[in-house]
Structures are given as structure tokens and as C-alpha cells.
Design a protein around this ligand. Structure first.
Ligand SMILES: Cc1cc2nc3c(=O)[nH]c(=O)nc-3n(C[C@H](O)[C@H](O)[C@H](O)COP(=O)(O)OP(=O)(O)OC[C@H]3O[C@@H](n4cnc5c(N)ncnc54)[C@H](O)[C@@H]3O)c2cc1C
Length: 377
């Protein structure tokens, strides 16, 4: 039997589903193919942080805010859980405080609603911050947290019910020659195809990927057991090491000195690209991250040293009822050395959209809206 759709999407990670949403809300008949039984790529392995404050000012920050607005629309309409609690970067060293204060001075003029808080003001916003040695923090109101595993599991059902999107799991796309698509045991015809295959560079259009300059990044992650009772984290937490990680903070003149001190004092954090982030799931677990190892080849074995460093750093600023670790895993995302994400015409009617790097949750819906506009759909 032959199946037909206006648009076929490869991959049911967040990019694939966001593209399905943007196309389906315009009235297109969309089919999504996912090779696994459940999405199991970067989109279910992340912290679930929709994090505009990390994006550099200008077009990418605007894209993140556009994406955030769409996220809110989808989350509300689908009744998926989310926590619009903002974020805190908490600081314990004077050089970190200088960067956070400087950003709080400059950034509101660049469109970031954020402010410097002293230690008492941080404590008033969060029960989850270690008090000892706390100088203050950067408060930003635009960050949302979603539970990635819950979101990616339920979003396909919402898209199917509300817009008639067909999501085919356990359906590996082997051949794309528009209008023909071979996926699992089915043959489909679709006028347009968007390939959101994450860090799989080998299966479809390997030549285009090989020339693209894309690489892989491996991140180690940990998760606590559910916190007791109804204890909630409040704002998602980051700290001093994160100030050197997100490009938004590159506007700060004090940043090079902070980076230098970290490099000299704690080179192991630079070696493994570690910074400390904390978010909370629907079940109350705390997700703790993360590290960054770059290269096409991904070491399938985790390093205990890296987990120890993450845990030690996070324990320096997080105060939670239980720090008992219940899960450890790693995730891999695709990254381009210069571009914030890759969008390329692989063949007539076929677009590859991938590699939003460590900001795929944040940018997904904005990138998808842009792609659908560019394709004139
Ligand atoms: C540990 C970790 C933490 C992160 N934290 C955050 C965060 O807090 N905030 C943020 O903004 N970003 C974060 N990111 C980045 C974000 O998770 C990724 O950028 C994003 O999930 C990428 O989505 P994707 O849909 O491109 O890829 P994926 O989620 O990997 O999805 C690709 C899908 O395509 C499927 N597929 C591939 N080939 C085929 C084929 N031929 N046929 C059928 N299916 C196929 C795969 O099975 C997979 O399910 C994090 C990433 C990691 C790894």
C-alpha cells in the first residue's frame, strides 16, 4: 500500500517534532519517521532547559525568544508539565561576581530581562542554593524547564491528536528520493523531506555530512533519586563555570580574567569542558550536568573522574534534601564549528536541519519556524 504526505520528517527528536508542529499548524499533512521504538537521542538525554540567557545577543537571542514563545504555546495547549521559573547563575568568587554584575548592567539594554541579586536576594528566590560563601547571583526570568523524557514521549500523541501528524516509530528511513521514501516496511510519497537525524551522519546523505564540518560532542550526566515530599528546585541553577561557557557572556570585559583563573587553578574543568547545571524533572529528580568531549569518535565508556568533578562542583552550590545518584548516562549532539545550526539543501525537495549543538531544546521551535518559512511551505 502506498502512503502519501505533504512533508516527511526523518527523526522524532525535538527538531523533528518541532518541524512537524510548525508544518502541521499550517495545514500540511505530515509524517515523522523515528527508527527507535521511542526517541532515544540527545532530546531525551538533556537537562530540559529552554535557556535564552545563554544565547549571544542579536539574531540568535531573538530566535531563542521566538522559540520560547512557541514552546509556551505548545506546552499550554498540550498540558505537558513545565516550570517557567527562570534561572540563577550563583557566584562564590569575586571574579565570577564581577562578570555576573557586568552582564546584569549591560544585558537589559540588549534585550535580556535580568538583574544582579545579592546573597539575601538569591536566598529569597531559591531554597536550593548553598549559603556559605555565597556572594550573589545573576537572575534571569526567561528560562523554562521541561522534563525531556516526558515531553518527547507525549509530544507525538499531541501532534497526532491535534493536527493528524502521523508518527511512525521503529521505522528506519533507508532511502530518500523524493517523492519516494522507504521507511521500515513502508513506502511513502512526499513532496518535501526534512532530515533531522541528529548525530547520525552516516545513514542518509553521508557525502553532505562529510563536507559539512560537523563533529560530535559527548556529555556525561547524572540524576538524583526523586527529592522527598514536594520539594522543588525553583529557578534552574548554574554557577561560575557556566559564565565561561555560554557565548552570551562574551560581552563582559571581565570574562577573560575569569577564564584565565579557572584554567590555571582548576585545569581539569577545562580539560573535560565541565560546568554545573541543575534542573528538576516531573518526578522530582534533579538532573545534574555536564561535561563536553569533542570529536567524531565517541568514547562509549564514561569516565568516573568526570562524574566526580561534576558532582563535586555542583555540590558546592546546590543544597538539596537528597544527593543520592540514581542514574548516570551520556548524550551526544552534533555541532558545527562556526554555525549555530546546519540547514542545507541536500537534494531537490530535501533539507537537512541538524546540529543546534547544546542549544537544541532552546532553539528548536524557532529553527523549525524559520525552516518552514524558508521552504515556502
Ligand atoms: C546531555 C545533553 C544535555 C543537553 N542539555 C540541553 C539543554 O538543557 N537545553 C538545550 O537547549 N539543549 C540541550 N542539549 C542539546 C539538545 O539536546 C540537542 O541539541 C537536541 O536534542 C538535538 O535534537 P535533534 O532532534 O537534532 O537530535 P536527536 O534528539 O538526537 O534526534 C534525532 C533522531 O533521529 C533519529 N534518526 C536518525 N536517523 C534516522 C533514520 N535514518 N530514520 C529514522 N530515524 C532516524 C534518531 O533515532 C533520533 O531519535 C543537550 C544535549 C545533551 C546531549
Amino acid at each position: 500500500m502506498e502512503h502519501r504526505a505533504d512533508l516527511a520528517i526523518v527523526g522524532a527528536g525535538i527538531l523533528g517534532l518541532a518541524h512537524a508542529y510548525e508544518a502541521a499548524r499550517k495545514g500540511l499533512h505530515v509524517v515523522v519517521f523515528e527508527r527507535s521504538l521511542h526517541a532515544s537521542g540527545a532530546s531525551v538525554r538533556n537537562l530540559g532547559m529552554i535557556w535564552p540567557v545563554g544565547q549571544p545577543h542579536g539574531s540568535l537571542h531573538e530566535l531563542a525568544l521566538r522559540s520560547r514563545a512557541r514552546w509556551l504555546e505548545v506546552l499550554r495547549d498540550s498540558h505537558l508539565p513545565y516550570w517557567p521559573e527562570g534561572s540563577l547563575h550563583v557566584v562564590y568568587r569575586e571574579d565570577e561576581a564581577e562578570v555576573a554584575r557586568e552582564f546584569a548592567e549591560i544585558a537589559p539594554g540588549l534585550g535580556y530581562p535580568c538583574a544582579w541579586l545579592n546573597a539575601d536576594q538569591v536566598r529569597a528566590r531559591s531554597n536550593a542554593v548553598q549559603s556559605q560563601g555565597l556572594i550573589g547571583g545573576l537572575w534571569s526570568e526567561t528560562e523554562l524547564t521541561v522534563d525531556p523524557r516526558v515531553t518527547l514521549a507525549r509530544l507525538p500523541g499531541y501532534l497526532a491528536e491535534k493536527f493528524g501528524v502521523e508518527v511512525r516509530f521503529a521505522s528506519n528511513v533507508r532511502r530518500v528520493e523524493p517523492p519516494l521514501i522507504e521507511a521500515g516496511s513502508e513506502c511513502w510519497k512526499a513532496d518535501h523531506v526534512i532530515v533531522c537525524s541528529g548525530e547520525d551522519f552516516e545513514s542518509l546523505y553521508p557525502g553532505a555530512y562529510a563536507q559539512s564540518g560537523l563533529t560530535r560532542v559527548k556529555l556525561q550526566m547524572l540524576r538524583t533519586e526523586p527529592q522527598p515530599g514536594s520539594w522543588r528546585l525553583g529557578p534552574a541553577l548554574a554557577a561560575g563555570l557556566t559564565l565561561r561557557f555560554y557565548p552570551a557572556f562574551n560581552v563582559c570585559t571581565r570574562l577573560p580574567a575569569l577564564k584565565r583563573r579557572i584554567r590555571e587553578e582548576t585545569p581539569e574543568y577545562d580539560r573535560w569542558g565541565i560546568h554545573g547545571l541543575v534542573s528538576q524533572t516531573e518526578a522530582g529528580e534533579l538532573t545534574l550536568g555536564d561535561s563536553h568531549e569533542y570529536g567524531l569518535w565517541v568514547d562509549i565508556f564514561n569516565k568516573e573522574e568526570v562524574d566526580d568533578l561534576i558532582l563535586r562542583y555542583v555540590s558546592g552550590f546546590l543544597r538539596a534534601p537528597s544527593m543520592k545518584i540514581a542514574q548516570r548516562w551520556y548524550g551526544v549532539y552534533a555541532k558545527h564549528p562556526e554555525q549555530p545550526y546546519l540547514s542545507l539543501d541536500a537534494a531537490p525537495g530535501v533539507k537537512i536541519v541538524t546540529s543546534p549543538g547544546g542549544s537544541g531544546m532552546t532553539l528548536s521551535f524557532g529553527v523549525a519556524a524559520r525552516t518552514i518559512e524558508e521552504m515556502g511551505l
